[in-house]
Design a protein around this ligand. Structure first.
Ligand SMILES: [Zn+2]
Length: 463
């Protein structure tokens, strides 16, 4: 059933009445410093999540495997269709702490915003999805669909245990649709909706050239590991910074007309914003216009995250390093396989005479995209437009990675973003925040989405 205008007006009144109390609830959740690796705080955040979902009236199960924070599963509603909301209670590290105006785990309200680590990503995006159900139950009645919350504690560190946790209850992958962890509005309030995220491969390169570091006078006769690694890396990009590793396109699906049309409907001013923000006059390879937008979406990236070797502290030390390391990340698109990317890098090193450079795989997640014309993505756009009164911009993929492949791929479940986060929310950065008004907007958008989801004539699987 789709809710009537009167019912939605009643729901909006509930949201307005409860927003202050809900904001305090978010503040309580944000005070838990649930950073990756802090097992005690992660446990506290999982407990808080489970208790909140029980208070909503959901049936809750806390799933565990060794060595990973728990997966909190909550289910509520009995319509014939199920939508899974894929969330997380873990945070990015808050450091460097000195860059925060107020401490990251002492949530502060300033200028209509809540400031704390996790304010947007993901505690402030998860709770509106709980409040939307609460408001529906209070204002309208029984939910017209089933909502399943999957709230993990390892999203910011690669969701390494998610497959194993979902494997404990195979039914958890059976759903008609999925919500990506959040969604956004641009500064003018225009909704930004996409049907997926890129995958990622993270790997280290390591080379050892001798048993231990040496006095630098011996560099005449002893091989410097730094020199060796630089020589290898110099073959990875062309003179203009474009990837030169063969095989990075392996497994890629060609863009569809539907996807290309979505890119062509995007605003090119995004590119000016990027140039201005980073103070660069020219993009890598001379990319510009729609070619740049298409590359940003469809190109497999090859990025050097960091390099470490030898002596880097302030006081000089004359040393010749025996070991040198680099970390690379590769953003992949459907249907690329993380192991094929590792194989391409291995082949490249071997073909260029660098068989001595070792690869240490760190992380690998495939991409999952739902077509921009899919009824689910269109519904997310309509629900957003209905609340904010501006036409939505529908794109193909977010630039970042979310664990949708693990949740959706087995049953080809369609997914979409949905929410009201802004580009100035400073997710992953100091002074992360969320606008209190946007908490209400996200709640109202989500409630409309749930009503519309139950009423969709069909929800096709991803082709
Ligand atoms: Zn997140």
């Amino acid at each position: 059933m789709t809710a009537t205008d009167d019912q939605l007006a009643a729901l909006d009144r509930v949201v307005a009445e409860r927003l202050d109390g809900w904001t305090h609830e978010l503040i309580e959740f944000l005070a838990i410093p649930s950073e990756g690796g802090d097992a005690v705080a992660l446990r506290a955040a999982a407990d808080w999540t489970a208790a909140r979902l029980r208070r909503l009236g959901a049936s809750v199960e806390v799933l565990e495997v060794d060595g990973a924070p728990p997966l909190v599963v909550g289910e509520i509603g009995d319509g014939p269709r199920t939508v899974t909301a894929v969330q997380h209670y873990d945070n990015q590290p808050a450091s460097p702490l000195e860059l925060w105006t107020t401490p990251p785990y002492e949530p502060a309200v300033r200028d209509g915003r809540v400031y704390a680590r996790g304010a947007t990503d993901n505690k402030g995006e998860f709770l509106p999805r709980v409040w939307a159900v609460e408001a529906w139950l209070a204002a309208i009645g029984p939910l017209p669909c089933r909502v399943r919350y999957l709230v993990e504690g390892q999203e910011e560190t690669g969701s390494g245990a998610l497959d194993a946790l979902l494997g404990l209850r195979p039914g958890l992958r059976e759903a008609d649709a999925a919500l990506i962890e959040g969604g956004g509005l641009d500064f003018e309030g225009r909704p930004q909706v996409v049907g997926g995220g890129k995958g990622i491969v993270v790997l280290d390169l390591r080379v050892r050239t001798m048993a231990h570091d040496a006095h630098s006078s011996l560099t005449v006769v002893l091989p410097n590991a730094g020199h060796r690694l630089i020589a290898a890396l110099a073959t990875f990009w062309d003179a203009d910074g474009r990837p030169a590793v063969a095989g990075l396109a392996a497994g890629k699906r060609a863009p569809t007309d539907d996807q290309l049309a979505a890119i062509r409907s995007m605003d090119l001013s995004t590119l000016d914003d990027i140039r201005q923000d980073w103070q660069v006059s020219r993009f890598v390879g001379g990319l510009d216009g729609y070619d740049a937008l298409e590359a940003l979406t469809f190109q497999t990236t090859l990025n050097l995250q960091g390099l470490w070797a030898g002596h880097t502290e302030a006081t000089p030390k004359t040393v010749t390093p025996a070991e040198a390391n680099a970390r690379l990340d590769i953003r992949i698109v459907p249907d690329q396989d993380p192991s094929a990317m590792i194989a391409a890098v291995r082949r490249h090193l071997d073909d260029h005479g660098f068989g001595d450079v070792e690869i240490i795989p760190r992380e690998g997640e495939p991409a999952w995209w739902t077509p921009p014309s899919h009824p689910l993505v269109r519904l997310a756009a309509r629900a957003s437009e209905d609340v904010v009164g501006m036409p939505a911009s529908v794109g193909v993929s977010m630039a970042g990675t979310v664990p949708m492949f693990q949740v959706c791929a087995a049953n080809r479940v369609p997914a979409t973003t949905l929410g009201a986060a802004r580009d100035d929310c400073r997710a992953h950065a100091p002074d992360e925040n969320i606008r209190i008004d946007d908490l209400g907007i996200a709640t109202r958008i989500t409630a409309r989405f749930l009503g519309g989801f139950a009423a969709l004539p069909e929800v096709p699987r991803v082709p």
